[in-house]
Design a binder for this molecule. Structure first.
Ligand code: SF4
Length: 250
């Protein structure tokens, strides 16, 4: 259901040229997204954090925050397995917006222990080991990122996958704590995301120019082929829901 329309073209070039398409609805969607962010700031104050993957959707949200003049704490996870291009966005965000991004990393001893026991390529051996790697490198640092927070902002969009088809703008995050998950661009299309990037010259990961619409850790991300689903390049060797647990449903 989430095969990308542009994937029917095999044109070389940059992501903006391939994907960007301003739609009649986009001006209203931009205003609505900024209103969701204003409402979240008013409701949660310092309890609010943008959890940025540094993917293009999250870069758009950071730009929306800046453009709306909002003060939002922004954090990201450095799993130790990210592409250099992904981490290269941190100084760009500082230069462009003046925002310092708080970086959460896994516990070094836990990573060493996991790699020693299971190997550096454990993610390819079984879904259980892949999820265990995500547990050590992503879930544990995420739990520290969200500790004491009452809401987090994500770049989830309904179009990204069937599992995300019912993402709400503001919903319980399933943690059992009452914490809210705010997804201000849940209704945006991929074409609209890139139209926004083009109009406002939003910095983005150059790997998006190499047919990687969804970018995670380097060992677990590849370019997608013509006609493949949006998240087909994530854990491509698995027949799974292509989720790491960050956005698991309760
Ligand atoms: S995406 Fe891959 S490398 Fe990253 S934490 Fe999960 S299994 Fe490990």
């Amino acid at each position: 259901m989430s095969a990308l329309p542009w994937a029917t073209q095999n044109a070389p070039g940059h992501a903006i040229g391939l994907y960007a398409q301003w739609t009649p609805a986009l001006d209203a969607k931009i205003e609505a997204a900024q209103q969701h962010l204003r409402d979240a700031c008013a409701a949660h104050h310092d309890g609010l954090v943008q959890s940025s993957s540094l993917g293009v959707e999250d870069m758009v949200i950071t730009d929306l925050i800046s453009r709306a003049g909002l003060s939002v704490h922004i954090s990201t996870l450095d799993t130790g397995k990210l592409h250099a291009e992904t981490l290269g966005l941190l100084p760009q965000i500082k230069d462009r917006y003046g925002f310092d991004i708080e970086v959460f990393s896994p516990v070094a001893e836990a990573v060493v222990e996991f790699v020693t026991r299971q190997g550096d390529d454990a993610m390819y051996k079984s879904i259980e080991l892949r999820k265990a790697c995500c547990g050590v490198r992503k879930m544990e640092p995420l739990s520290r990122m969200l500790a004491g927070r009452s809401a987090w902002i994500t770049g989830l969009r309904r179009e990204q996958s069937g599992a995300r088809g019912d993402v709400a703008f503001d919903e319980d995050d399933g943690s059992g704590t009452g914490r809210r998950k705010i997804s201000p661009i849940a209704d945006w299309t991929w074409a609209e995301v890139w139209a926004y990037v083009e109009k406002y010259a939003v910095p983005y990961n150059p790997l998006h120019d190499q047919f990687m619409p969804s970018i995670g850790c380097a060992p677990c991300t590849r370019a997608i082929a013509v006609g493949e689903d949006f998240r087909a390049g994530r854990w491509w060797w698995e027949d799974s829901s292509k989720e790491c647990g960050l956005h698991a449903k309760s």
